[in-house]
Write a protein that binds this ligand. Structure first.
Ligand code: PEP
Length: 256
C-alpha cells in the first residue's frame, strides 16, 4: 500500500518576490522520487505570484502551493483573516494548521485548530496539522499525553475517516529553528506512537496518513530521518529559504 511522501516549505514571515522567482526556477529541475509531493507555503501576499509562476513554468504537478494558516470562519467580520474559499480561489491546495508559533504567540487552542482543520477539509484543502511537545514536556515524559491531547479534538470534530485527507507534521517545539534535531530514533518512536494512536480509531486510515517530521531538518540530516519507517517527509522552515538545500531535501523524500 503506497503512502505519499511530502516535503513542505514553511517560509514563515520570510521571503520576498526574489525568493518566489528563485524557488520556482530552482524547482524546474528538481529530482523527485516516486509518490512525492512538494508544497511551498509562502506568506499570504506571495501566494498569488507563486501560483502564477508555477503555472507559467509548467512545473511538475507534484509541486503544490500551501498557506501558513486559514480562518475557521467561512466569511464575515474577521479583519485580517483569510478564508478557505479565498485560498481555493487562488488554487492553493494545502494549509498549515496549528503550527506551534500560532499556538504559542496567537494562543490558538486545539479546539480552534480542530475547527480550522474541519473548515479546510470542507473546502477541499489538505490540512498539514502540526503537533508537538515543548522541551519541558519532553523532559517530564509528557510527550505522548500532549500529542494525544492535540490530536483527539481534531478526531472528535472531523471524524477519523476524514484523516485520509489530512497530513500530520510532528514538530517538537524545542527543535524548531534551534538547530537541535530530534535523533532519527526519537523521531521514529514518536511517529510510531502517532500512527498507533490513529490506528486505535481506524487502522486503515492510520496506515495511509503521511506523517512529516519538522524541526531543524537540513540537507545533511534529511536522508536519515526520511529513511525511518513512519517518517513520510518533512516540514521545513529555515532550510526551505535556501533553494539548493531545499532541493536536496526534496530529492531525499520517498513514498512508502
Ligand atoms: C517550522 O517552522 O515548521 C520548522 C520546522 O522550522 P525549522 O526547520 O527552521 O526548524
Amino acid at each position: 500500500m503506497a503512502r505519499r511522501a511530502i516535503v513542505a516549505a514553511n517560509w514563515k514571515m520570510n521571503g520576498d518576490l526574489t525568493l518566489v522567482n528563485t524557488m520556482v526556477t530552482g524547482l524546474t529541475n528538481v529530482e523527485l522520487q516516486d509518490n512525492v509531493s512538494v508544497v511551498i507555503c509562502p506568506s499570504t501576499p506571495y501566494l498569488s505570484s507563486l501560483v502564477t509562476k508555477v503555472k507559467a513554468e509548467q512545473l511538475n504537478t507534484a509541486i503544490c502551493i500551501g498557506a501558513q494558516n486559514v480562518s475557521e470562519h467561512e466569511s464575515g467580520a474577521y479583519t485580517g483573516e483569510i478564508s478557505t474559499k479565498m485560498l481555493r480561489d487562488l488554487s492553493v491546495e494545502f494549509a498549515i494548521i496549528g503550527h506551534s508559533e500560532r499556538r504559542s504567540y496567537y494562543k490558538e487552542t486545539s479546539t480552534q485548530v480542530a475547527h480550522k482543520v474541519n473548515a479546510a477539509l470542507n473546502a477541499g484543502l489538505t490540512p498539514i496539522l502540526c503537533i508537538g511537545e515543548s522541551e519541558a514536556e519532553r523532559a517530564t515524559e509528557q510527550t505522548e499525553t500532549v500529542l494525544a491531547s492535540q490530536l483527539q479534538p481534531v478526531i472528535d470534530e472531523v471524524g477519523i475517516e476524514k484523516f485520509i485527507d489530512v497530513v500530520i507534521a510532528y514538530e517538537p517545539v524545542w527543535a524548531i529553528g534551534t538547530g537541535k534535531t530530534a535523533s532519527s530514533e526519537m523521531a521514529q518512536e514518536t511517529h510510531q506512537f502517532i500512527r498507533q494512536f490513529l490506528a486505535q480509531a481506524n487502522e486503515n486510515v492510520a496506515a495511509k496518513v503521511p506523517l512529516l517530521y519538522g524541526g531543524s531538518v537540513n540537507a545533511s540530516n534529511c536522508e536519515e530521518l526520511f529513511a525511518q519507517a513512519d517518517i513520510d517527509g518533512g516540514l521545513i522552515g529555515g532550510a526551505s529559504l535556501q533553494v539548493e538545500q531545499f532541493k536536496i531535501i526534496c530529492s531525499a523524500a520517498k513514498g512508502k
